[in-house]
Write a protein of this length. Structure first.
Length: 270
């Protein structure tokens, strides 16, 4: 591989890196070391030269591993962090210089964020996030979507919804959730086509195609894709293949739309 060549234009907008033990209390899994060069090589082989490193719940608000990984390849990748809530403007500016473009609330994980904690952080940080042009990334369940729509409207910040906004097969006809998604999309939110195996479907995920198409009708160009590497809900010897997680996008939306989604991270994470 020519190390001086420009990386492929594609963006994998949801990966995690692990290097060291969990730092969050009551972490619900033991992280296996999975370093940046490993996912760089896998992603690049499939045409994805840029990664968005998302802070995993087991590291809590200790973003050390993520920030160190971003600084390995300056300017190439982006990051989304979890905050304690007492960070200074200078600390967030330093994260921005390293490539961070958003904060994350995980409303699903047992060691994630409580809704009142997230609301308090938004109230404190919203003006600074707007100046930095960061977004608010949320891993949420369908029942949480109306609350996210209220937060977005109240703070004037774009939201990015993990894993189809949590819209699994059991909620495919949830009218309240779809109404909230329409509000979020109209307010500038983005959604990640990712986490298929978290949504009540089995490979090759054909059952999700109607849901993905409705998401595409709702969000238009506000969609990105993520592999969710290294797939922490799977044993290390049973990981899904990288291509099997991209193919559902092509099957549901066609090659032309899929190619636009492949490169859409360039706009969201500029």
């Amino acid at each position: 591989m020519n190390r001086n060549a420009a990386p492929p234009a594609g963006w994998d907008c949801h990966v995690h890196v692990f290097d060291g033990p969990a730092t969050a209390e009551d972490a619900h899994y033991v992280p296996v070391p999975r370093l940046l060069p490993e996912i760089e090589a896998v992603a690049q082989a499939h045409g994805f030269g840029h990664l968005v490193l998302v802070q995993p719940s087991v590291y809590g608000s200790d973003n050390t591993v993520l920030l160190q990984a971003l600084r390995r390849s300056p300017g190439r990748h982006r990051g989304v962090v979890v905050l304690r809530g007492d960070e200074s403007e200078a600390q967030l500016a330093a994260m921005n210089a390293a490539g961070v473009r958003g904060i994350r609330f995980n409303l699903v994980s047992p060691v994630g964020s409580e809704a009142d904690e997230a609301q308090a952080q938004l109230a404190r940080f919203a003006p600074l996030l707007r100046r930095l042009q960061w977004h608010v990334q949320c891993y949420a369940a369908p029942r949480d979507l109306p609350l996210l729509a209220l937060w977005q409207a109240g703070h004037g910040l774009p939201f990015v919804l993990d894993h189809l906004g949590g819209m699994d097969l059991a909620h495919a006809d949830d009218a309240a959730a779809w109404h909230a998604l329409e509000q979020l999309a109209a307010g500038g939110s983005w959604i990640k086509l990712s986490g298929w195996y978290r949504l009540g479907a089995q490979p090759p995920y054909g059952a999700l195609q109607p849901l993905v198409r409705r998401i595409a009708e709702t969000f238009g160009d506000g969609m990105v894709w993520g592999s969710d590497w290294p797939h922490t809900s799977f044993p290390p010897q049973e990981l899904p293949t990288y291509s099997s997680l991209w193919q559902p996008v092509e099957r549901a939306l066609g090659a032309g739309t899929a190619e636009r989604i492949r490169q859409a991270g360039e706009r969201l994470y500029a």
